[in-house]
Design a protein around this ligand. Sequence first.
Ligand code: PMP
Length: 305
Amino acid sequence: TLSRSKSIWMDGEFVPWDDARIHFLTPSLHYGWAVYEGMRAHRTADGTAVFRIDDHIARLRNSARVYMMEVPYSDEEIAEAIVSLVKENGSQPCYIRPNIYLGYGSMGVSLDLSAARVAIATWPWSDYVDRQALARGCRVMTSGWRRNHQDAIPPQAKATGAYINSCMAKIGAQRAGYDDALLLTDTGHVAECSAANFFLVKDGVLHTPPVSEGILPGITRSTVMTLAAEGGLEVVERRIARAEAYTADEIFLTGTAIGVVPVASVDDRPTTSEGCGPVTKTVVEAYEDATSGRLPGHADWCTPV
Ligand code: PMP
């Protein structure tokens, strides 16, 4: 169950958690037309800090552009709202969920895109991944559901309705006894997992699908790519065939909610490392250093609250 926080930010005001209600005829509920973000505030030596807030807000802005939503706040105002809400809720490490949706007013599919509303929630979310799965590595299953086609629902934009695809894949994988689903593109190449980007390690080199394959441009993905390059690891963005996941030395997933998570097997084919291998371990540690503000070169990634 969800841990509650004190307040939710709604259109410029702090609303008590239990009162954060939205009308039943909100078009976003009926048609899935809303865009959102998921970011985190982490513990650092200088107190709690939001990780890569500007990059998350830039992606939120891009998602809104794809869906032609007129956002009634500037990026700076959204950043201020996020920081003030984390403070309001006790300045603790937390997950942060901004959502831009269409307010009550019209009901046809010719949506009124000028009616965008903004709400932001924060809550502690330390148990997102099963600790056991983390320790032994995730068991991943290729989903029978393909990732949303770029020409139908662009995976580059983080739209609420698009997540029916992720939910179908994730629920199916869990019911089949796996931890997560790997979704393929329409051409059968590796796209991403239900809420995380995909990396494989082969002969000491990192491989990950390019954004042009139809994936979410993950902020954790980008962080890992930067840190890997700085650490002297080669990273190649390229199309990845399904069977390459069966012959990888190591595989790991990246996402704000889960962090960097080792994969033990894909479709019951164990990676060579069968869990957290040496390269994955380096990446996990570098990511933890980055989010907790221990990398002087990336101090600008951490915004104190
Ligand atoms: N892919 C999908 C489909 C996701 O939902 C997420 C989580 N936002 C990611 C990848 C990882 O992105 P990020 O690292 O920005 O959280």
